[in-house]
Structures are given as C-alpha cells and as structure tokens.
Design a protein around this ligand. Structure first.
Ligand code: PLP
Length: 382
C-alpha cells in the first residue's frame, strides 16, 4: 500500500454514516462512540450542515482571504458572542490553531517560553510537538523548538516553578484528552489562572478536543470559570469539514495585523459555512443542557457498571468526554467492544475513551452501556 504507515488501521472500512450509526462494507452496523476522534459532534452528516454546505457548493467554493468572506465573519461572530473572546483567526487544523496561539503569545509579550504539562497533546508540527508533554511524540525529530517547559498536571508548585521572566504563556487542556481524559482540578485551574494573572503570563486554553459543546458548554473553560487570553478550537468545529480557529482577546488584535500571520485555505467559504452551521446547531436552545444531562447519565451508569470491578480505577471526564481507567490494557476491551458493535477509543495504554456524538440518544447510550457492561465483566479475570 502506498501510504506512510503513520496510522495502524482498524480492520473495518466505514462506508456510510448517519447520526451515531456507521456501517462498514459488509453492511455491519456500529455505534460510533469515537466520532472521528471528537469531530462528528453533531453525528454523521447532520442535515443542517449538509444543506448549508450544498448551498455554498452551488455558489463559490474558495476565495482567498484577500476578499471579505461573509460566512467566516458570521462564524467568528457566533464564536465571540458565545465566549469571552473578541477576535478569531481561522486555519485548517488543531495544530495550526495552536501554532497561531504560540506565535501570537510570543509576539504580544516579546517573550519566548511556553509552559505546558506532562501528558498534554497539542499537535504534530514543530511548535506543537515541542509543546506536547509526551516524549513519544517528540523522539526522533532532532532539536525541538525552544523554550518549552512541562509542569506536572494538577500540581500547583510545579507551575509556579516553571514560570520565569521569559515566560510568554501557559498552555493547557481543561481535560487532557490524548493524555488519558484527565480533568484539571478546579482549585488547580484557578491557581494557574491566578499565577498567570499575577506574573503577566498569557493563559492559552487548548479547546481542540474539549470545545464545540463536547464538555457541556461551548468551551470547557466556561464550565470551570477560567478567563483565558487565547483559546484554540478545531475537531468538532466543522462537523468533519476541516477547519481550525484561534480566538483571542481584544488587546491581542493588533499583534496579528496585516502580514503577521496567514493561511490560504483558513476559513474559506466552504469550511466557514460548515463551522457556521455547526455552531448554530450547538448553540440552539437546550442543546448544551442536553449534552450535560447525557454526560451525567452515562457517567453515573458507568460508575454503577464498574462498581464491582476492583481493576477499574476511575470513571472520569466532563460532559460527553469520558475516560474509564483500569489496571489492564485498554486494547483488548476496545476490540471486544468493536466485535459487539461499539466503537470506542483508547487514551493512553489503560484508558477507554468515549466521545459519542453530542446528538446521541438515550437509547443509544443504553445500548453502548449494555455492551460495556458485558465486555468489562467478560474480561474481569484477565
Ligand atoms: C487533536 C488535538 C490537537 C491536534 O489537532 P490536529 O487537527 O490533529 O492538528 C491538538 N490539541 C488537542 C487537545 C487535540 O485533541
């Protein structure tokens, strides 16, 4: 096969998707609790996004950012009206959004160092790879962009120690995603905010996995009451259409003036239309409340299911971003779930991660819970 083997592929090929259900080439159905790794937040082919893209398809696909792009401005307005941010830069991916954030933080502060955390994940480009607090992501690629320093997640003293006079920003995920679905403690997050304020360090929240409704608010920083200077989004923003965004406060606007940064595709008419239609649906009355209710429901049921399993350490998460940590490898469980028609993700070696579409129904949650109940109890003795 003429692909770089960067991804070990699963043994099923998905040919169709609708809502939470996907089908493979043999017509076997699966409950998709991977959702493209937290991308299909409105499920597969949400009709309102499909219609909006179709309409735009019939007008114009791409014009450069040398022209005004109405859909981009409307998507930006939705983001700023429903967050504490004032300005948006659109790009094509999460890593690019974090790149923009790191560039902006350096340019605004005239300082270089970025403090991030162990087990964090921020992307695969040179800057975001350096930002990522996982050795395995960085090895083999030579000298990293400097200076980055990794503090210990949920350890106040280590943050204080990592910040120095040359620190531009502290970059964090409210719930570490790839690193094992690890929520920041409320007190810890408040402390980081306070230290940043006190030392004039910008706070950047990476909302690429936690944002766009995933954790029960438009952005996770809103659920924990942070006041970041910059946030980044991507994954769920376009319902599967590639688009990323970096959002910042008013006082950062001038640092990204004409010529300071750019992207050919970023926020083009098609992707911006997908983002706008996605945001309109996420921000529809009751939508986020339902996400919170479903999150509480599945977490409580899961806790009950695993309560007799000493191997299960913890069920944790926020909204519909849930991790189940146990003493054994996650992989055999994930395979067993797939064989029973449920697609779930790992997050590190021992954590099973659930990222269902936010539109998942209670019946679908119950069906997934029944499968998880079976596989956890089958594997009890391993
Ligand atoms: C997925 C992810 C990224 C990287 O996004 P890409 O679109 O793959 O570049 C960065 N940060 C977090 C928290 C993510 O979950």
């Amino acid at each position: 096969m003429s692909l770089f083997p960067t991804y070990p592929r699963l043994p099923i090929t998905i040919t169709d998707g609708e809502g939470t259900i996907v089908r493979d080439e043999n017509n076997d159905e699966y409950l998709d609790f991977m959702a493209g790794i937290g991308v299909n937040n409105l499920g597969h082919r949400p009709i309102m996004v499909q219609r909006a893209i179709e309409e735009q398809m019939n007008r114009v696909w791409h014009v450069s950012n040398l022209f005004p792009i109405p859909a981009q401005e409307e998507a930006a307005n939705l983001l700023t009206e429903h967050s504490s941010m004032d300005a948006v830069f659109f790009c094509n991916s999460g890593a690019e959004a974090n790149e923009a954030a790191i560039k902006l933080a350096r340019k605004h502060t005239w300082k270089d160092k970025i403090v991030t955390f162990h087990q964090s994940f921020h992307g695969r480009t040179f800057a975001t790879m350096a930002a990522t607090g996982q050795e395995k992501v960085r090895t083999g690629f030579g000298q990293m962009l400097e200076p980055f320093e990794y503090a210990v997640w949920n350890d106040k003293a280590s943050v204080e120690a990592a910040i120095d006079e040359n620190t531009a920003a502290c970059l964090l995920e409210v719930v570490q995603g790839e690193g094992g679905v690890r929520p920041g403690d409320q007190q810890f997050l408040e402390y980081v905010q306070a230290v940043c304020n006190e030392k004039g360090v910008l706070l950047i929240v990476d909302e690429i996995q936690t944002g766009i409704g995933r954790t029960g608010e438009l952005f996770a920083y809103q659920t924990v009451g942070l006041d970041p200077d910059i946030i980044t989004a991507a994954k769920g923003l376009g319902s599967g259409f590639p688009i990323g965004a970096m959002l910042g406060k008013e006082y950062l606007k001038d640092d990204f003036g004409p010529g300071a940064h750019g992207s050919t595709f970023g926020g083009n008419p098609l992707s911006a239309t997908a983002a706008k239609a996605t945001l309109e649906e996420i921000l529809r009355e009751d939508f986020l409340e339902e996400v919170r209710a479903k999150g509480t429901y599945i977490k409580q049921k899961l806790e009950k299911i695993v309560s007799d399993l000493p191997a299960v350490k913890e069920v944790r998460g926020l909204g519909l971003m849930i991790g189940i940590e146990w003493d054994h490898e996650a992989k055999p469980l994930i395979e067993a779930a797939r064989e029973k028609g449920l697609l779930v993700l790992p997050a590190g070696p021992n954590v099973i991660r659930l990222l269902p579409p936010l539109t998942v129904t209670t019946e679908q949650l119950d069906a997934a819970l029944a499968i998880l109940d079976e596989i956890f109890h089958d594997k009890k003795s391993t």
